[in-house]
Ligand binder design. Structure first.
Ligand SMILES: [Ca+2]
Ligand SMILES: [Ca+2]
Length: 271
């Protein structure tokens, strides 16, 4: 299918004698399931249903590509549960890898060990149609998220936030994303519905590759509406182009008022 699309596009270009850059858009690879591109990273729109009993626990979601490599991780340090809708929903931009299919390996980290144990509830979600829209409704049975096995591709990411006193005790969510600058793809995402302490550590396991640069964007959802808003409504920051080392990437950050707009990392509605 792909080759036939390219061939017809080439003939069209030759017959018209026109090689304008805009014509390259014709060659993009179409999703055979629902339309849309499969040659670029796509957004994940995630709905989690039936996990209310685990709302205060750590939930980890591994994004697995069609080579069974873990190419992204989402850490939900407590779910932001909507009692009216009986679900938690998240938008993670550009974390669905290019390719025709991907999987999500999801588990509740009951002992907060940052690793999956066989007694913990886990599920494998296969997405044959890569739209990026996933509605996960807890099924009655669980699965071993290590079966079939996956491979990790990187080292740990750590963020050490300090002096966040203005945001403690106010039910203000903290959200962070790690972007592979060269690939233009999100590799790590962290969200917690509230900050319990002014000094806190975030760890996203095995997501950064030594010597590659990463943007680390984060914000406190000061108005608590569950969405990114530009300063002064929310407090928003970027640590740009941080290079990972052989032992991973550690970012130390002290709360300050040098806010930066990172809307595109967290929202599709940036005006
Ligand atoms: Ca565990
Ligand atoms: Ca907000």
């Amino acid at each position: 299918m792909r080759s036939s699309v390219v061939a017809s596009g080439v003939l069209l270009a030759l017959s018209s004698g026109c090689f304008a850059v805009a014509d390259l858009d014709r060659f993009r690879i179409e999703d055979p399931c629902r339309g849309g591109r499969t040659d670029v990273a796509r957004d994940l729109e995630l709905q989690l249903i039936g996990l209310a009993e685990h709302a205060d626990e750590r939930v980890e979601i591994r994004v697995v590509d069609d080579n069974r490599a873990v190419v992204g991780r989402i850490v939900l340090d407590g779910l932001r549960y909507d009692a009216m809708l009986e679900q938690a929903s998240y938008l993670v931009r550009r974390i669905v890898p290019p390719g025709p299919a991907y999987e999500l390996r999801l588990y509740v980290d009951l002992d907060a060990s940052e690793s999956f144990e066989s007694r913990e509830p886990g599920w494998n979600v296969t997405e044959p149609c890569p739209s990026g829209r996933v509605r996960f409704e807890r099924p009655p049975s669980t699965a071993d998220i290590h079966d079939p096995p996956t491979t990790d591709i990187g080292q740990d990411f750590r963020f050490r936030g300090r002096s966040f006193e203005p945001h403690v005790g106010n039910n203000q969510p903290f959200v962070l994303a790690v972007t592979d600058v060269m690939a233009g793809r999100t590799v790590g995402f962290y969200a917690t519905p509230r900050l319990a302490r002014p000094n806190f550590d975030v760890r996203i396991p095995r997501i950064v590759v030594p010597s590659k640069p990463y943007d680390v964007d984060f914000y406190v959802d000061v108005d608590g509406d569950g969405a990114y808003d530009r300063h002064p409504t929310d407090h928003t920051w970027r640590i740009g182009g941080a290079a990972a080392r052989t032992d991973g990437l550690v970012v130390d950050f002290e709360h300050n008022t040098a806010f930066q707009d990172v809307c595109d990392t967290f929202s599709r509605d940036c005006g």
